[in-house]
Design a binder for this molecule. Structure first.
Ligand SMILES: Cc1cc2nc3c(=O)[nH]c(=O)nc-3n(C[C@H](O)[C@H](O)[C@H](O)COP(=O)(O)OP(=O)(O)OC[C@H]3O[C@@H](n4cnc5c(N)ncnc54)[C@H](O)[C@@H]3O)c2cc1C
Length: 389
């Protein structure tokens, strides 16, 4: 045995929405949980920060109310490409909250529920020996009976996820302070924009801060010589974004970046661990559904684990639930970065405004798969789409 081995029942690796939800659900059932998060304190993450209705429902179920944390409401979507633009009402009321605030609230809730949360605790290796999982954390060994892999976008050595179906995009995010007129114009909207080689979104989060998040093809980024040139060309090519960022102040010197993003990845094997969140599935970001899948997969994993089911059964169940929305979202994402997709999208949406509602509903965790606190199914995308008709 390692000189300083600690033994725990359940180890959750990663303190994003998936890791926090898994830890909270296990603690709710009276289990002792250790959660290891590599960052020492609250931090920004590359994310559009859009909280779908399902995500908000899941958060409410664990006593987190994004609105009380200052989340901005979003009821409409505005899609633009070059000089073309279309608007639609979302089939649900969404919210937008910075990940810095949301993830901190989730971990605080995990602590309240009695979880041991280690900060600045990066898991460097994960192996199996003597009937237990062994994790190396800052030079110490932790032995656990069960491991929930919730380390999101960053793979642990030896536990790399397969490539996604669309893996050539790099993600960027930067917060801005807009001019008051532009803040008002953006209020209640998520503004999606398509540009050659990528797409992105702009919306308000708490304190009227605007979040600009975009993905761009790696080849385009290389050709253009970096983020600065891409941002300039996206602004020049899109009048709405040009107007929004006119006179705006970037709130940090450089954007956060993430690469590679394996859009369309869906774990098909468990190999003994419970993969949740982005470790289980990575849906293209234009859907704004990544966090709801993270929360859903973690709640499902905890529930199935507590019911004595295996990690393989859980992985198969999640696959069956989200395969269809994942496939549709990935195809649309692939189309959105092509010239024809970029040209067609606003025209289709202007002619058929319901298309936006249909896409928003069909790219979410399906109805019947979602569970409220009492175990009953909640309304989700398709029901809401129908209700909005
Ligand atoms: C460009 C882009 C835009 C997006 N926009 C949206 C959106 O608007 N709405 C939405 O719902 N989803 C969006 N998503 C998806 C969303 O960000 C993810 O699906 C979600 O964050 C997944 O949650 P998670 O808990 O699995 O992972 P994460 O949120 O990535 O959390 C993982 C945590 O694990 C920690 N960690 C990593 N490695 C280790 C380690 N070795 N040891 C210990 N800790 C570790 C990390 O520090 C991190 O805190 C977007 C994604 C991208 C790339």
């Amino acid at each position: 045995m390692h000189a300083r081995t600690r033994t725990v029942d359940h180890l959750v690796i990663g303190g994003g929405p998936a890791g926090a939800m898994a830890a909270i659900k296990l603690a709710e059932a009276g289990r002792r949980v250790m959660l290891a998060e590599k960052e020492a304190g609250p931090h920004h993450k590359v994310c559009g920060e859009f909280l779908s209705r399902e995500a908000v429902e899941y958060l409410r179920g664990i006593a987190i109310a994004p609105a009380d944390l200052g989340a901005a409401p979003i009821q409409f979507v505005r899609l633009s490409s070059g000089s073309k633009m279309a608007e639609a009402r979302l089939p649900f009321q969404a919210l937008s909250l910075s990940r810095r605030v949301l993830d901190a609230a989730l971990l605080a809730r995990a602590v309240e529920m009695g979880c041991e949360v280690l900060r600045g605790a990066a898991v460097e290796r994960l192996t199996a020996r003597d009937e237990a999982w062994r994790a190396q954390i800052n030079g110490e060994e932790v032995a656990a009976q069960t491991v929930f892999l919730a380390n999101g976008k960053h793979d642990i050595r030896g536990w790399n996820r397969a490539r996604g179906k669309q893996s050539d995009l790099i993600g960027f995010k930067l917060h801005w302070r807009l001019k008051p007129t532009q803040t008002r114009a953006l209020g209640n909207f998520i503004e999606l924009f398509l540009f050659p080689g990528g797409y992105g979104g702009l919306s308000l989060v708490e304190h009227e801060t605007a979040n600009l998040c975009l993905v761009v093809r790696r080849a385009k980024l290389r050709r253009m010589g970096g983020w600065g040139a891409v941002l300039t060309s996206v602004r020049e090519g899109n009048w709405i974004l040009r107007e929004r960022l006119q006179g705006a102040e970037a709130l940090y010197a450089r954007p956060l970046a993430i690469s590679p993003i394996p859009y369309g990845y869906l774990a098909s094997h468990a190999y003994g661990v419970w993969r949740v969140g982005d470790q289980a599935a990575v849906i293209p970001s234009f859907t704004g559904d990544g966090m709801s899948i993270a929360l859903h997969s973690a709640a499902l994993a905890a529930r199935m684990y507590l019911a004595g089911r295996s990690a393989d059964e859980y992985t198969r169940t999640l696959c069956e639930q989200i395969r269809k929305p994942m496939r549709l979202a990935t195809r649309l994402s692939q189309a959105m970065v092509t010239a024809s997709g970029r040209m067609l999208a606003p025209a289709v949406l202007s002619l058929l405004p319901d298309t936006m509602c249909w896409i928003a509903a069909a790219t979410r965790v399906p109805e019947g798969a979602l569970f409220a606190r009492d175990g009953s199914a909640t309304q989700s995308g398709i029901t809401l789409f129908k209700a909005a008709q």
